[in-house]
Design a protein around this ligand. Sequence first.
Ligand SMILES: Nc1ncnc2c1ncn2[C@@H]1O[C@H](COP(=O)(O)OP(=O)(O)OP(=O)(O)O)[C@@H](O)[C@H]1O
Ligand SMILES: [Mg+2]
Length: 334
Amino acid sequence: MIEVEDAVKTFTVRRRTGRLRRERTERRAVDGVSFTVAPGEFVGYLGPNGAGKSTTIKMLTGILTPTSGRVRVAGLEPARHRTALARRIGVVFGQRTTLWWDLPLRDSLTLIRHLYRVEAGAHRTRLAELTALLELGPFLDTPVRQLSLGQRMRGDLAAALLHDPELLVLDEPTIGLDVVSKATVRGFLERLNAERGTTVLLTTHDLGDIERLCDRVLIIDHGRLAYDGGLARLRATVDADRVLVVDLARPGPPVTPPASVPGVVVERVAGPRQWLRLPRSANAAAVVAAIAEHHEVVDISLGEADIEEVLAGLYRGDRPYEPAAGRPAGGPAT
Ligand SMILES: Nc1ncnc2c1ncn2[C@@H]1O[C@H](COP(=O)(O)OP(=O)(O)OP(=O)(O)O)[C@@H](O)[C@H]1O
Ligand SMILES: [Mg+2]
């Protein structure tokens, strides 16, 4: 569905350096990125601010032409075949709307039907389906300017999907949404992918989106791909700590972690409950056994590494990057 091969996008930035002098510098927003996405995949495209995510998406949707490299979406070259591509893909930018501000949502969707030349019968069926799934009913006849952000986003999703595209590209679709709206959007995307087989590429800073939806994540940093794989392997790759919560029978001072398992620290004590941080490689059972020798243990639970911490460490460059699959080792970009 998507093929990106060594894609580069450079912007020329002009900067005033004196009254008349201007300096031109080149900024490589995307610096040699390669990946493919197969039909039916749900892929998260992550990275810190300014990493090159939106620039990549603009190349995939034909808004920007790559400076070099090769980009294909549904077999088409996006910048050259924008119109043909528009019939095959749907795009939602969370930060702006494709709907007509002054028109009721329903009229915007009718206009979009004409733009995409969707046949009237097919449109009716599809609109009824999307109205039910996205719960658009209560505000179909409200002007877009009066919609809340969450309602507008659901309207935008409907607009992007009216022509039943094979690929949906989303740039921060849950930005600014409350928890209930987020859940509606996530549930909808999940079903779209599972039941209709629509391929989804999702850019987000919301880790809930990623954990709930993405089978695979691509991480871009400084314009380079830093990771390509599943979340479980990402956690393992960066060797993020796990947290062991121990409930003792009685409150007391911090327990002494066993000397035989290095790197374990007691992070917090609240009454009989204590939190211990463990390196991923540490044997949790040995830690529990050692504590149970000296204390009465009532309950234990072991938490996976928080994906937020994993990513923060990766973005800061705390730990070495694993080169993305099929790519030569580049090391962290600086
Ligand atoms: N039109 C442009 N002209 C010059 N520089 C640009 C342009 N568009 C983007 N850039 C620069 O390219 C880099 C990547 O920007 P991009 O918008 O792709 O980042 P992003 O990963 O989407 O970030 P965010 O998470 O903040 O949305 C940034 O340094 C940005 O300033
Ligand atoms: Mg962006």
